[in-house]
Write a protein that binds this ligand. Structure first.
Ligand code: ADP
Ligand code: MG
Length: 689
């Protein structure tokens, strides 16, 4: 019997082996030449794709893209192009493959596209394979306005990969490398919650906002740590098996599935891939998580913080660079030259992260992630970098020009080999937002629902920038090793502030970071405006990743999104209070009161519990009602529009009012009889699956 993996993996993908079989050698070669495609080639590829897809039962095709709404978009067209003698003619032309028109007016553009020019177009990304899902051929595409500005997440990512390729190749040449391409690789670890679908359907907050806006702590949370890597429940296991198969079919290399720290929380990690492919695959993963969960009677929650008081969900963006011949540039080498190169790339990342901390913070900013960053379970909003004790000690010894004590080595750059310290000793400091983990970096700040395209675009660009600066310094040096030694040493010294191996969750770190002059941008409205700081605009323009107009548009879209999320959340809170919670308290109090009067009419009894509860609950519900009214009033005075002022108002005024309302409501929840409470409780949602 053959293994299911070999049977299904890539079975729905128009991948390289399918292309080799179905394209003529000339077309295959032209497609892989990296040159712009002519229409003849495009027609041949499209025809082969159509034949392959229709043989596999597909009836439709769609350009599949990632507009700035955060989710993917698609528009299905059937292959039917007419009929002859009653028989259908199926067609898919080259021009339909490489370029699609789209009425883009309903997608966010942040002012980039005036409405009279509502059209946008999608363009095929031939490096990311087309695949079939539910009888439709999906063609991964980029999405641009007619004047060429990026309206999506993929375009800037591809641009940043190009920039990084250019910059890294130049540096590698200095080391005598023959590499032809440098590729950014990503492996996004995806966290999520699974809860019972029927319970989900009974919570307006989950339905409207993806997170619980009310909810008292259950007696048990995650304190026993009995869920992390725990045995999978059968229902969850069945879900994961099905999910793996669905992912494998479309070519996603799902590898690891396990329980996470919080009850009902899980993680899926794929094998890493080229950044744009990994990004597409992560979008597919999120879709399939939702779909397969539904089939198993679950709801998959991808929100960054669905439940208060237990961990939220992140998406660790593991990131590295590799050459076309498969060499990982962050793998410490075996020869002095390899090591010098490793150290140079390492300090480039250190410097990049230090100088563009704000951009990394911005790249993960969202209303949902604000609940997670700095919440003592996720990295803080302050960006710092973890290297582990041994590597830090090695860098120190380079700075001090002294013997590295641990392994008794004196490292002369370009002459000595680094001591072998990696992997086993890079202990995992989970509190660090940006960690070196042996042969790659792990950026832990992205939230669970975020596309990795944004943070990866930023990472690629800042590293490209620093590599360019290094190149300029090193390019005509006669004594290369000496110049390299000097550059590496100086870079470590100048960027030491960003290195921190301690506990990122501690209050002391916040103070220490301030002393070091690191950015602390706790919320999205604090972070976003910095995207337009001159140094940041200059960076992105220089590398052709975002134009100023594109940055302005992203700033506007992110603010708008923040405001919309908070608007929906605050209105949902009011509605739940008014229509469900307060009436439920009322019903319960009435029940208690009836009990008291009924009991007293029969005998002279005390009714201690009932009278006490009536007193407490009416007091609390009056309080809650007032808090609800004041939230409602504040909502009335939200500034017009969805700009910075509005976002600040939500942050400074609405969120505190929401928190106050929730606090009373949660206290009430602990007092009301469960069968009177209008919603499934935390305990039921988190432990009942
Ligand atoms: P863990 O962090 O749980 O120990 P691993 O270190 O094996 O697990 O990998 C975590 C993620 O990092 C996986 O998705 C893996 O594919 C990815 N990864 C490993 N090597 C690289 C690399 N060179 N570039 C990008 N991602 C990588
Ligand atoms: Mg990890």
């Amino acid at each position: 019997m053959s293994c299911i993996i070999s049977e299904v993996f890539g079975s729905e993908v128009f991948n390289d082996s399918v292309m080799q079989k179905r394209l003529s050698p000339e077309v295959y070669k032209a497609l892989h030449s990296g040159q712009p495609m002519n229409m003849e080639i495009a027609n041949a590829v499209a025809a082969a794709m159509k034949d392959w897809a229709t043989e596999k039962g597909a009836t439709h095709y769609t350009h599949w893209f990632q507009p700035l709404t955060g989710i993917t978009a698609e528009k299905h067209d059937s292959f039917l192009s007419g009929s002859k003698g009653g028989k259908p003619i199926l067609e898919f032309k080259g021009k339909e493959l490489i370029k699609g028109e789209s009425d883009a007016s309903s997608f966010p553009s942040g002012g980039l596209r005036a409405t009279f020019e509502a059209r946008g177009y999608t363009a095929w990304d031939p490096t990311s394979y087309a695949f079939i899902k539910n009888g439709t051929l999906y063609i991964p595409t980029a999405f641009c306005s007619y004047s060429g500005e990026a309206l999506d997440a993929k375009t800037p990512l591809l641009r940043s990969m190009e920039a990084l390729n250019r910059s890294a190749l130049r540096i590698l040449k200095l080391f005598g490398s023959n590499a032809k391409r440098v590729i950014a690789t990503c492996g996004p670890e995806q966290e999520y919650f699974l809860i019972d679908r029927d319970m989900y359907a009974r919570r307006k907050d989950l339905i409207y906002t993806g997170r619980t806006l009310y909810g008292a702590k259950p007696p048990k949370g995650q304190e026993l740590e009995d869920h992390y890597y725990g045995m999978l429940k059968r229902r969850v296991e069945a879900f994961m098996r099905d999910l793996d198969v669905e992912l494998w079919k479309v070519g996603v290399m799902a590898k690891t599935e396990h329980n996470e720290a919080a009850p009902s929380q899980h993680e899926l990690a794929p094998i890493f891939d080229t950044a744009n492919i990994a990004s597409d695959h992560n979008q597919i993963t999120m879709e399939l998580l939702r779909k397969v969960a539904h089939q198993h009677g679950f709801k998959c929650l991808l929100h960054e913080k669905p439940f208060e008081g237990i961990n939220g969900s992140g998406k660790h963006d593991n990131w590295s660079l590799s050459t076309d011949d498969g060499i990982n540039l962050f793998e410490p080498g075996k020869t002095p030259a390899e090591n010098a190169q490793f150290l140079l790339f390492l300090v480039a990342v250190i410097k990049g992260v230090n100088e563009y901390q704000d951009l990394l913070r911005i790249s993960v900013a969202s209303a949902g992630n604000d609940h997670r960053l700095g919440a003592n379970e996720a990295p803080p909003a302050i960006i710092s970098m973890f290297l582990g004790d041994e590597l830090s000690e090695i860098l120190r010894s380079i700075v001090d020009r002294r013997t590295y004590e641990g392994k008794h080595v004196d490292i002369e750059i370009g002459v000595d080999v680094l001591p072998h310290f990696m992997k086993d000793t890079t202990d995992r400091n989970r509190t660090s937002p940006f960690a070196f983990t042996g042969n790659k970096f792990e950026f832990r700040s992205p939230g669970s629902s975020l596309s990795i395209a944004g943070p990866t675009t930023t990472l690629n660009t800042i590293v490209a920038q620093i590599l360019d600066e290094f190149y300029d310094e090193l390019k005509d040096k006669e004594n290369f090793n000496e110049a390299l030694d000097d550059l590496i040493r100086r870079t470590i010294i100048e960027n030491e502030a960003i290195l921190f191996n301690g506990d990122g969750y501690s209050a002391e770190w916040v103070e220490e970071a301030q002393r070091r002059g690191l950015h602390n941008l706790p919320t999205t409205p604090d972070a976003l405006p910095h995207i337009l700081d001159e140094k940041n605009v200059a960076l992105f323009e220089r590398h052709g990743v975002y134009s100023r107009a594109e940055l302005e548009s992203r700033y506007a879209i992110n603010l708008e999104n923040y405001c919309k999320v908070l608007k929906i959340e605050s209105l949902t809170m009011v509605e739940m209070a008014k229509k469900d919670i307060l009436p439920a308290v009322s019903t319960y109090v009435r029940k208690l009161a009836e009990t008291v009067s009924c009991a007293k009419s029969i005998a002279d009894v005390e009714c201690g519990f009932e009278t006490d509860m009536i007193r407490k609950l009416t007091g609390l519900s009056t309080n809650m009602y007032k808090k609800m009214l004041s939230l409602e009033e504040l909502i009335e005075t939200v500034p017009f529009g969805e700009g910075q002022d509005t976002a600040d108002y939500y942050k400074n005024t609405i969120i505190p009012a929401m928190n106050k309302l929730r606090k009373v409501a949660d206290e009430i929840e602990t007092l009301v009889g469960e069968k009177y409470w209008p919603y499934p409780t935390y305990g039921r949602m988190l432990f009942a699956v």
